[in-house]
Design a binder for this molecule. Structure first.
Ligand code: DAH
Length: 346
């Protein structure tokens, strides 16, 4: 009888303890509180664990029924623990503020190409259509490639230290003076030295001169050089090519004209003027835009070609100038200031 009382006492404890444990587990506000509830009831020294330990003190015949009852409760508690843990982990992973799915999306700011790069790419694209390939040369050049080979003698004003960045160093025949190239024309020589004719290249690149920066000058600027060497090349080829490219770049209404000029590496030489609705908007009918001419036979000979067989034409123009006219920009310095308010417009 006393044993039955003991058994009854054991069984009676299970349900209230289970209810208390369930209340604490389900009521845990966060994972830390849940862990505390687990320790309180199911930990090594927990209250429910203590009750389970009493099972061993029951008489043998009572054990199956008592064991079944307490194990059933334990399974329930463990299920409650797992469920609440799942809920709380999900809650911890979510942002504190509920997400408002009706808000408009946030746009990512995408960068774009610099206006000078855009213009350069357009120029390259146009020339590619008619069979030109892009060539490159060093920005640190020697004075042979920048001047001598281009038939520009030592006393020519273009070599003046006033407008050329010389890099110093010993000036021996083995190590000619180095300088920052003043134009891309040096690449004409570098390419012709390396390859045999015919040649059809354009050379976009950076150039340097000791100019004070103002609305139309900057010590660093960009040019595109063109060179075509073949048999029986004419001024007509030159003019037709320039016209094609400028119409592509600046619109069908663009007109060009050649004016006689002097460059030491071309003979005859011309300056190219062009006229378009944009130049008229800028208050000018004609704007000077490029230099060009038929490659001087001395230049042809300087690179080891036979000037009796090969001739050609060359031109060079400033990319900034083209971009300024194209977009109506009145100060060259805007290109280099990295002001997003300016750059975003292109
Ligand atoms: N190099 C000249 C300059 O920087 C531009 C130029 C003129 C390039 C005539 C040429 C040319 O190839 O034939 O002003």
């Amino acid at each position: 009888m006393a044993e039955n009382d003991f058994m009854a006492g054991f069984l009676d404890q299970i349900e209230p303890l289970k209810q208390a444990a369930l209340a604490e587990l389900d009521g845990a506000a966060d994972l830390a509180a849940l862990e505390q509830a687990r320790v309180n009831y199911l930990g090594a020294n927990g209250r429910f664990t203590a009750l389970m330990k009493q099972l061993g003190t029951l008489p043998r015949e009572e054990k199956p029924a008592a064991g079944k009852a307490i194990n059933g409760a334990k399974v329930e508690l463990e299920a409650a623990l797992a469920r609440r843990r799942g809920e709380l982990e999900l809650k911890a992973a979510l942002p504190a503020e509920p997400t408002d799915f009706t808000l408009p999306g946030r746009r990512r700011i995408l960068g774009k190409l610099h206006p000078l790069t855009q213009v350069t790419e357009d120029i390259v694209r146009s020339f590619r259509k008619i069979g030109f390939v892009v060539a490159e040369g060093p920005e640190v050049e020697d004075d042979y490639h920048c001047f001598d080979a281009l038939n520009t003698p030592a006393d020519h004003p273009a070599r003046d230290t006033q407008d050329t960045f010389y890099l110093g160093g010993a000036e021996t025949e083995a190590a000619p003076p180095l300088l920052l190239r003043t134009h891309t024309s040096s690449v004409q020589i570098r390419v012709m030295e390396k390859q045999s004719p015919p040649v059809r290249i354009i050379v976009p690149g950076r150039c340097y001169r000791r100019d004070n920066a103002d609305a139309t000058h900057n010590p660093t600027f960009h040019q595109v050089e063109g060179l075509y060497v073949d048999r029986n090349v004419t001024v007509g080829d030159l003019k037709g090519t320039v016209e094609f490219v400028f119409k592509e770049l600046m619109g069908e209404e663009t007109q060009i004209r050649f004016r006689p000029h002097y460059f030491s590496y071309t003979e005859p030489s011309f300056e190219i003027d062009f006229s378009s609705p944009m130049t008229r908007k800028m208050g000018r009918e004609w704007l000077e835009i490029a230099g060009c001419g038929m490659v001087h036979p001395q230049v042809i000979e300087n690179v080891g070609y036979d000037a009796e067989v090969w001739n050609g034409w060359a031109f060079g123009f400033g990319i900034e100038r083209i971009a300024m006219i194209r977009y109506g920009i009145n100060d060259i310095r805007l290109f280099y200031e990295n002001d997003l308010r300016f750059l975003k417009q292109f």
